[in-house]
Design a protein around this ligand. Structure first.
Ligand code: NAI
Length: 346
């Protein structure tokens, strides 16, 4: 039986992998995959990793040396993987879509909670404080939502916003052809939106797409929602904009430095990250611990697609969900990933 080293394992992951797996010996590790933990994968044909694992060139080389052939990412984003270093050594697969609804609905949950101050109301009424002072929000109906990135999640978020009677404008360098989405430039998104929601990947181009300059161009009181990747936002600049009340609220499921904190119970420790501590202390910031994906439907789809990705690899079939440096680089035919009939390398 082929062995799979499963890193950063949580009970909710195990539930679905154990339910659907019939072919692999899965060894679960609570540790994240980093250079120092690679040795745990000795004897394994593949590793399964997640969003905050450190899959650097050194980690890849160490895995390659001990005979690991495949890195199966059980997530969509892969900004934490050095795909260029992996090329020719270890194939990488991912789960490109498991439930865009899970993430888009979480983005709307953050927006609704922040806007109507439900997080504060919940705490107040638990303490029998039934005062409404400071809890007023705005009607979302008729307001403008600016959506950055109109891929699978962005498009679901757009239709949810439309259900609320909001006016939606969007920016994406690769607009969906023949769609009814109103596209505009980023500057117009900043200037006109009452709410800005980020649904683009983290790349060199999108790092700090919301920085001090961007915040300065926004409407006063704008609400920022980020369920994509923390480094899309310059968090220090966001804190300044929250302090000056330029930004009225921030709903964040991701944080630039989240890998040291998220997915762990640190309730008994002193958090040595002043920016994170300040964010958490603000009444108009709602932080969740990268949980937008966490629905039963999404977890089941993640396990099912990851196991299918493993089957394709070990059966020597084409890897439908392969990530490859060359495909990403644009150095091969357009849409390589969709048109190719073979693996990127063997
Ligand atoms: P997708 O690949 O379907 O869509 C991404 C869109 O962003 C594409 O339309 C692309 O053209 C666009 N884009 C690329 N560069 C851009 C730029 N410079 N400015 C604006 N748009 C740009 O991806 P999907 O599935 O919609 O996911 C979006 C992001 O959500 C992922 O990259 C991932 O980081 C994040 N995510 C977060 C999860 C969570 O649990 N919080 C779970 C799953 C994904």
């Amino acid at each position: 039986m082929i062995k799979l080293a499963f890193f950063d394992a949580k009970p909710y992951d195990k539930k679905w992998f154990d339910k659907l797996n019939t072919k692999y010996e899965i060894v679960y590790f609570e540790n994240k995959l980093t250079l120092t933990t690679t040795q745990l994968a000795k004897g394994c044909g593949a590793v399964c990793a997640f969003v905050n694992d450190e899959i650097t060139a050194a980690t890849i080389d160490a895995l390659h040396e001990i005979g690991v052939k495949l890195i199966a990412m059980r997530c969509a984003g892969y900004n934490n993987v050095d795909v260029e270093s992996a090329y020719g050594k270890i194939n990488i697969v991912r789960v490109p879509a498991y439930s865009p609804h899970a993430i888009a609905e979480h983005a709307m949950a953050l927006l609704l909670t922040l806007n109507r101050k439900l997080h504060r109301a919940y705490n107040r009424t638990r303490d029998f404080n039934f005062s409404l002072v400071g809890l007023s929000g705005m009607d979302l109906y008729g307001k403008t939502a600016g959506v950055v990135g109109t891929g699978q999640i962005g498009r679901v978020f757009i239709s949810i916003c439309r259900g609320f009677g909001m006016n939606v404008i969007a920016y994406d360098p690769y607009p969906v052809k023949d769609s009814d989405i109103t596209y505009t430039d980023l500057n117009t998104i900043f200037k006109e939106s009452h709410i800005i929601s980020l649904h683009c990947p983290l790349t060199d181009q999108t790092k700090h797409i919301l920085d001090a300059e961007a915040f300065s161009r926004m409407r006063t009181g704008v609400i920022i929602i980020n369920t994509s990747r923390g480094a899309l936002i310059d968090t220090a600049a966001l804190l300044d904009s929250l302090s000056s009340e330029k930004v009225g609220g921030a709903g964040l499921d991701v944080y630039e430095e989240e890998s040291d904190f998220f997915y762990q119970d640190l309730s008994g420790t002193i958090i040595k990250d002043d920016i994170l501590a300040l964010l958490v202390s603000r009444p108009n910031v709602l932080l969740t611990s990268h949980q937008a994906f966490l629905t039963e439907e999404a977890l089941a789809n993640i396990a099912e697609t990851t196991l299918k990705n493993l089957d394709e690899f070990f059966n020597n079939d084409m890897l439908v969900n392969e990530i490859c440096y060359l495909c990403d680089s644009g150095k091969v035919a357009d849409n390589c990933r969709r048109t190719r009939v073979e693996r990127c390398f063997k």
